[in-house]
Each structure stands twice: as C-alpha cells, then as structure tokens.
Design a protein. Sequence first.
Length: 260
Amino acid sequence: MLNITSYLSCVIIAILLTTSFITTTSQAAVSYPSGVVWDQAHTSNFSTGRSGGVLDLVVIHTTEGSYSSAVSWFNNPAANVSAHYVIDQDGSATQMVDSWNTAWTQTYVNSRALSFEMAGYANDPNTWVYCDHDAEYVAGAKNYKPNLYKLANIVAYFIEKTSGNGITYNIPNQHPTDVGYYYASNGPRLPSSVKGIVGHDQVQADQKTDPGQYFPWDDFMGMVDDYLDGTLPVFPSVPEPSAMLLLGFGSLGLLSRKRR
C-alpha cells in the first residue's frame, strides 16, 4: 500500500509537471492566420531571393482599386510589379510572393522589405473603418474593418520570425516616422538604419501618399502589440509541417497554403 509520504510526493511532482507544461504551452508563438490564399505572382514580376539576405522593413500600401484587380495585375506578365500580400477590406488575403523572395513594390527598399497592398484608397477613411450605413457599424466603437486585424496578425508573425530559407528576419516592432525620397533632387532616401513598419509615403514621399492620412497608425501598432502578447484572438499554433511530410501524405493543397 502506498504510504502517505509517497502519495504526497507523487501529488507534488504531478502539480509541478502540470505547472511546467502550462507555463511552456501558454507562451505560444504568434499563429499564422488561416484562410490566406497562395497565388504566386507571375515570375516576371519578382526576384528570387534577397540581396543582402535580411528582411527588416514592412511597407504598407493601398491598391487604389479593388482586391481582385490587384491580384490580377500581379499575375500579368506585363505588370513588372508585385507585392508579398494583398488584403481585402473584409480580411480576405492572398500571398503572391514568398517572404524570402523580393517583390517589386517600393523601389530602393525592395530587397529588405515585406510589402502589403491593402484594397482601397489612401484618401478614403472607409478603407479602414465601417461607416454608419454599414451593417457592421456599432455606435461608439472604432469600427475598424477586418483588413487591419489580418494585416496586424501577419506582421506580428513576421516580427517573431527570425530565420528561414537563407534569410534573416529582423523586423523590429516599431513605426519610425522618418521620410525618404526617390529622387535625389527632392531629398535623401530612407536610410538602411530605418527599420520596422512604415507607409509607402515614407519611402517615396515625393511620389506616393499611401496608405494615407486616415491609416490609424497608433491603433494599428496596438493591434500588432496585442497579437504579439497573445491578447487578441489568434488561431491555435500548429507546428509547420515540412514539405516532404506534406508530400508524403499527398497533401498538395496544404503545401500550397504553407507559403510564408
């Protein structure tokens, strides 16, 4: 018969093991959002790899048009332009270039930037919020659309990522306010020391205005913080399977959604 001392020892060990498990599993990494579609841009519209091998900048754009037209344009071999992600106002998202490859979106920072095209217009506040005639509108709330949450989720995922496919991921969780110019006659370009999350208008201030004055920078950075802290709803973390394992199970559909 188990004596009381042995019994208590077993109970204490079990509690310690359980506590250790809870502590370990509660610190899950930011989960990559479900439902992101993989649709590779035409191969003439991006470069394989990254010169310098470092990704340390996120650049946010607006499409100045619809979600579907942006996806279609990046698939057009005549476009000579692309983005890593296109995100619609309802939160739908398409990844078009792997993060370890170079999308052609923001001129001189392409080699170190992850680019997001947000469906909508830089001069329209409703690109980011519901208006009072929308069914989703709630009086007294900030009424942000799902596009901002999807963007924040993906950005937080890459902030936590450190390496992969020969690339160093080193995106700091910050929004620098530095501004650069494309043409030297208008001013200096954004220096390589500027890292973090910026708008297209900060890279080419002499040419671009997106994502525009209505983009809610403070609240968006708060959303990124929340995803990093695990305080916003995120999808359960599942270890990313290897390509060979997926092929072994014949799960080509899963493989096509695994791009990052």
